[in-house]
Design a protein around this ligand. Structure first.
Ligand SMILES: CC(=O)SCCNC(=O)CCNC(=O)[C@H](O)C(C)(C)COP(=O)(O)OP(=O)(O)OC[C@H]1O[C@@H](n2cnc3c(N)ncnc32)[C@H](O)[C@@H]1OP(=O)(O)O
Ligand SMILES: N[C@@H](CCO)C(=O)O
Length: 342
């Protein structure tokens, strides 16, 4: 595995019309590009993950797993706006000499893809054999396959959508309200908004799991308890866990990126945008996903030419895309066994 940083000193024009004076992209690679240059797997990560896909998507990625460095050249870049080494709200704005914090400009999924494109060209990669992502990662992968239809050969998208739903936006807004209600967020300091972020993650967890997951994992065994329930402690623990590895400014920036995801923007319609995809596409839904319900993936498969839809029956809800790696492996292996039509 190698971790690298690409420094791009040129201004980076964003979809909103503003410009970042410079860009830094942190990325990981695993394995080596083969002589035919046809073994590239590019992973687009979700909201709070990072470039180390072997750490957060174990079971699908890693030695002895389907996507392994012996066979494949695997690339994963930290996304624009995040806090794991790529330019984001805590990066220094070279024009002011201070971190951006709330002044970080609005970014979009297309901007994230534009940053991936810079890295792809820097690495001299002309074809991506497999482009994969779940959730916000799937939104990027889909946009990329529309923007650059000639480059992606296989598109694997999980628990994602063509445009973010009012339901999803409402969840994100509730989380941003929690962060903005924390007065420290408005101080524009690196640990500003920690309490708000903790509450935001607790809200988000409700959309990543289900009634049944909570009933099973947080069930009370003490009949007489009237306070300090397991479910409460779990919400606090999960909030604290995120606060210890993420910041509120990146969180708000990335959640707004998810809200504005819409492949139809400036393309006439969502359906005609999806028609642009040339890659052989597998769309996977998760039966218990309440955040990105399976109707969204069925819609994708209906409008992406030749796409195949498969569903994972999972107990875990939306985060099943990170957990159900055996089921994902089976579906993907079967899908890849059919060669791409020439
Ligand atoms: C080093 C890193 O973390 S890098 C990871 C980067 N993060 C990502 O990429 C995001 C993607 N990952 C995720 O979202 C998650 O890790 C998932 C979905 C894969 C798994 O979720 P988890 O939070 O691990 O599982 P789950 O919801 O079952 O929670 C288990 C945790 O809650 C704790 N917990 C469970 N019940 C309770 C409770 N009642 N009270 C307090 N804590 C509790 C467990 O002890 C466990 O703690 P641990 O994470 O310290 O081991
Ligand atoms: N659990 C995921 C978000 C859901 O897509 C993450 O923290 O990145």
């Amino acid at each position: 595995m190698s971790q690298e940083i690409l420094h791009c000193p040129q201004p980076f024009l964003l979809e909103c019309g503003k410009t970042l004076p410079q860009l830094q992209i942190t990325y990981h690679t695993y394995g080596t590009l083969n002589a035919e240059r046809n073994n590239v797997i590019w992973v687009c990560h979700a909201l709070t993950a990072n470039a180390d896909v072997f750490d957060w998507w174990k079971g699908l990625f890693g030695t002895n797993f389907l996507f392994n460095p012996e066979e494949h050249f695997i690339i994963c870049a930290n996304i624009l706006g995040s806090c794991y080494g790529t330019t984001g709200p805590l990066s220094e704005n070279p024009e002011s000499g201070e971190a951006y914090f709330q002044s970080f400009p609005d970014i979009s999924i297309r901007d994230m893809v534009a940053a991936h494109e810079i890295l792809r060209q820097h690495l001299g990669i002309s074809k991506i054999n497999i482009l994969i992502g779940g959730s916000l990662g799937g939104q990027q992968a889909l946009e990329w396959a529309i923007l650059q239809p000639g480059i992606v050969q296989h598109l694997l998208i999980v628990a994602t959508n063509a445009f973010h739903s009012p339901w999803g936006i409402a969840f994100n807004e509730a989380q941003r309200m929690a962060i903005r209600a924390d007065h420290t967020y408005h101080l524009n300091v690196p640990d500003g908004g920690r309490k708000g972020l903790k509450a935001a993650r607790a809200i988000a967890l409700l959309s990543y799991r289900t009634y049944d997951t909570y009933s099973k994992t947080q069930r009370e065994t003490d009949l007489n308890r009237t306070d300090n329930f397991n479910a409460s402690s779990y919400q606090n623990y999960q909030g604290e866990k995120l606060v210890n590895r993420f910041d509120a400014y990146s969180y708000i920036s990335l959640s707004k990126t998810m809200d504005s995801h819409n492949v139809g923007r400036h393309r006439g319609s969502v359906e005609s945008a999806l028609q642009q995809v040339k890659a052989k596409t597998l769309v996977i839904g998760i039966s218990s996903d309440i955040l990105f319900p399976t109707s969204e993936q069925r819609y994708l498969a209906q409008h992406i030419p030749g796409a195949i839809y498969q569903e994972i029956d999972s107990f875990y809800g939306h985060d099943g895309f990170l957990i159900e790696t055996e089921k994902l492996t089976q579906l993907i292996e079967t899908f890849l066994a059919v060669p791409v039509a020439k």
